[in-house]
Design a protein around this ligand. Structure first.
Ligand code: HEM
Length: 412
């Protein structure tokens, strides 16, 4: 069977609208699990087994388009980036073997559990400080006042960067998300193009500074490995910084925010964790499955191939909807229901699968676990503020809520 053109249910599918995508994903899984989406030019894949098979076959399905702008950069934006010396593309996720294999091996060595474990007390202090800050208020926008900064502060500890730089790095991350995965007009692209120039200069500056004065941090580790003969260039180290300074906080911020929404709208699950914090590791996997930060990721067919019995031509761009695969009944019994006691939740696809599997998954889970433990311990009666309509960032991949208003203590 060759790939189907959109004819029915697929016509109502807008991959940029992540406000309430689950019902249409469910219909697509049932009726049209692999189809061509004309507006974006991507073949969309929604079933768990098909997504996993594509991730697994990296020879046939390359990640080279993972960081390509969904909407090409306008000429003025390209000029700004060219004149500003912007040469970044991807640290790892859009690189392909053998370069990917070589760089990942080096980064993995510098980025192992030893570093993560060592900063656990600092993570606890960062979480405590942030929660102390909101505690007297009785209400907060959990996204902006708690989740927004914590993962960036943790990452900055790992990278040896001053906390004062958090606001600009968070700002650059949003620009990068919108330029790569969003649908901005030419005019809207311009301010973000300027920010990308600043962001890349910052990453290169970081490498240059560590070459001058090494410290005890991730960029210094990579510079040291390079000096000892590891095959990695300055530009590639800067590329890894460019990757990690984005991937290392935005996604974890989102996980924390989506977790609060999910647990507070499934109150029995929240209450179960309040009563028994040892449920947190299992709850983390179920939250990752049910409310992933990254709901879609991309691959390109390098040869004529088949996905779920549907033929795709060499050169086809593919959009894998992991947010949908994660709720597939074929992989998770009663997949649309949320239950932290579920067995097998960890088979979710939220960190990808195969050779590009997320390098920061352990760090993300460590940070998230500490946050959830402290949140349930300090604010057992936390609740979502009534009457709010939570909207999500307009893009294909990152399901980021605009705000999450919460309250605790006695109602006024
Ligand atoms: C909840 C948090 C996170 C989620 C949902 C997430 C998700 C993902 C996904 C979906 C991929 C692509 C996998 C693939 O193509 O198969 C990825 C790759 C990656 N992630 Fe994460 N991530 C998270 C946190 C982090 C953190 C904290 C870091 C670093 C500190 C990180 C660093 C990376 C890197 C470097 C890659 C590229 C790996 C490669 O291509 O070899 N991520 N992540």
């Amino acid at each position: 069977m060759s790939v189907a053109e959109a004819h029915g249910i697929e016509r109502g599918f807008d991959p940029f609208n992540l406000n309430a995508p689950h019902a249409i994903w469910q219909s697509l899984r049932a009726e049209s699990p692999v189809f061509f989406h004309e507006a974006t030019g991507y073949v969309v894949v929604t079933r768990h087994a098909d997504i996993k098979a594509v991730f697994d076959d990296w020879q046939t399905f390359s990640s080279e388009n993972a960081q390509a702008p969904m909407r090409p950069m306008c000429e003025e934006g390209k000029r700004i980036m060219r004149d500003g010396g912007f040469t970044a593309y991807s640290g790892l996720s859009a690189r392909v073997p053998p370069d990917h294999t070589r760089i990942r091996k080096i980064v993995q060595g510098a980025f192992g559990p030893r570093r993560f474990k060592a900063i656990e007390p600092q993570i606890e202090a960062i979480v405590a400080r942030q929660l102390d800050g909101i505690a007297p208020n009785g209400r907060a926008d959990f996204f902006r006042e708690v989740a927004y900064e914590v993962p960036a502060l943790v990452l900055f500890t790992l990278m040896g960067i001053p906390a004062a730089d958090v606001p600009k790095v968070k700002d650059w991350a949003i620009s990068r998300a919108l330029l790569t995965w969003g649908n901005l007009s030419d005019e809207e692209q311009i301010p973000h193009a300027h920010k990308m120039v600043e962001y890349w200069a910052y990453c290169r500056g970081l490498v240059a500074a560590r070459k001058q004065t090494p410290g005890d941090d991730l960029p210094s580790d990579l510079v040291k490995l390079q000096a000892e003969g590891a095959e990695i260039t300055d530009e590639e180290i800067a590329g890894v910084m460019y990757s990690v300074l984005f991937a290392g906080h935005e996604t974890t911020t989102t996980l924390m925010a989506n977790a609060v929404i999910t647990l507070l709208t499934h109150r029995d699950n929240w209450d179960a964790i309040v009563a028994d914090p040892s449920l947190i590791p299992a709850a983390t996997e179920e939250i990752l499955r049910y409310a992933p930060s990254i709901v879609a990721w991309r691959r390109k067919a390098k040869a004529d191939a088949e996905i779920g019995g549907v033929a795709v031509k060499e050169g086809t761009d593919i959009l894998l909807i992991m947010g949908s695969g994660n709720r597939d009944d074929a992989a998770f019994a009663n997949g649309e229901s949320f239950d932290i006691h579920r067995e097998g939740a960890r088979n979710h696809l939220s960190f990808g699968y195969g050779i590009h599997f997320c390098l920061g998954s352990q760090l993300a889970k460590l940070e998230f676990g500490i946050m959830l433990r402290e949140l349930t311990r300090r604010f057992p009666d936390l609740r979502l503020s009534e009457g709010q309509n939570i909207t999500y960032l307009h893009n294909i991949s990152f399901r980021v809520p605009a705000k999450v208003d919460v309250e605790w203590g006695t109602r006024a």
